[in-house]
Write a protein that binds this ligand. Structure first.
Ligand code: SF4
Length: 322
């Protein structure tokens, strides 16, 4: 087994539609995630980032490609995965309001995964374990008796994190975990997630549309566009030396805080053109209709991912020789 806890090789997830049309939601994505690492998977709406999450947790069956988790091929079988495999990989969804059952108290919501994933029935230890989970996410113990509606958005999201921890996972997929929250609450939830990662050596696949958030959270960043990867690199290299024209366009429009960040930011590049429909992805490079660097080859030939420096990969016909 290599150092990677997760490897995704050439993953595809297609959704057939009536009339022979096909949505290629994920179209040949390869990623890796090392133990204890945070990979920021960034893309606009419709880029396929959440579809990747649902394939990983087995909600969708992959159309093609391989998913290797801790050296084991879990590409097929979806929901028929073993309990251990399901425990290992947990997900926190964007909206805790809909992912927590409004008719269950927090205690009941936490008791379910504890019962399912515990080798021994929690029995009389249950209350202690629930208190332990609330304590881990720094929520008051009396929250156990409350319903989700009595909690604020950030508190509900921390309950979702506690619920994921109940399964004792190694990897947590964070699917836009803070985008439904106020900015001040976002910071608190992110800070707690980072603390928990260090305490428990967790790996995070952090899915987001908010590239600026990744500056302080991700170890590596990968950019997705219409189901295909454009670029991936270690975070410092990514923010200092973005190479793909789409990445440069995204980075040129994100807010920055420090003069150092401002100096690294590409000059403002106006977004041109609409994002094409995933049902009708353009031939060649999927970004060519919006790309200011477009060349004739870009309209006909799909670019391959190439390594520019160690760990920095770009999928583009431009020449990035250094
Ligand atoms: Fe632009 Fe061509 Fe690179 Fe696509 S392959 S990003 S169209 S330069």
């Amino acid at each position: 087994m290599d150092d990677n806890i997760l490897r995704i090789d050439n993953l595809k997830k297609y959704f057939p539609l009536k009339g022979g049309l096909v949505v290629k939601a994920v179209d040949g994505v390869s990623l890796r995630l090392a133990a204890g690492e945070t990979l920021g998977l960034v893309g606009e709406s419709g880029s396929g980032k959440s579809t990747i999450a649902y394939v990983l947790i087995g909600m969708y069956e992959a159309t093609d490609g391989r998913i290797i988790y801790k050296g084991e091929d879990i590409s097929r079988g979806g929901l028929r995965r073993t309990l251990k495999q399901k425990s290992e990989m947990q997900i926190v969804f964007q909206d805790p309001g809909s992912s927590l059952n409004p008719k269950r108290t927090i205690r009941q919501s936490l008791a379910v995964p504890l019962a399912v994933h515990s080798k021994n029935t929690p029995g009389k230890d249950l209350d202690k374990k629930i208190e332990g989970l609330l304590d881990e996410v720094e929520l008051p113990l009396d929250f156990a008796g409350k319903y989700p509606s009595a909690l604020g958005g950030g508190e509900r999201q921390l309950v979702s994190v506690a619920r994921a921890l109940a399964a004792n996972p190694s990897l947590i997929i964070l699917d836009e975990p803070t985008s439904a929250l106020d900015v001040s609450i976002q910071a608190k939830v992110i800070s707690k997630l980072i603390d928990l990662q260090h305490e428990k050596s967790l790996s995070y696949l952090f899915i987001t549309h908010d590239l600026s958030l990744m500056r302080n959270v991700a170890d590596r960043v990968a950019i997705l566009y219409l189901g295909r990867l454009c670029e991936q690199a270690p975070a410092p290299e990514f923010f200092q030396n973005p190479l793909h024209p789409y990445t440069q366009m995204l980075l040129s429009s994100i807010p920055v805080v420090t003069p150092e960040e401002e100096s690294m930011k590409p000059a403002r590049i106006r977004s041109s053109g609409e994002i094409p429909s995933p049902v009708n992805v353009p031939p060649g490079c999927a970004f060519h209709l919006r790309c200011r660097n477009k060349m004739p080859i870009c309209e006909t030939e799909r670019p391959l991912m190439k390594t520019v420096t160690e760990g920095h990969e770009v999928c583009c016909h431009l020449d990035f020789e250094r």
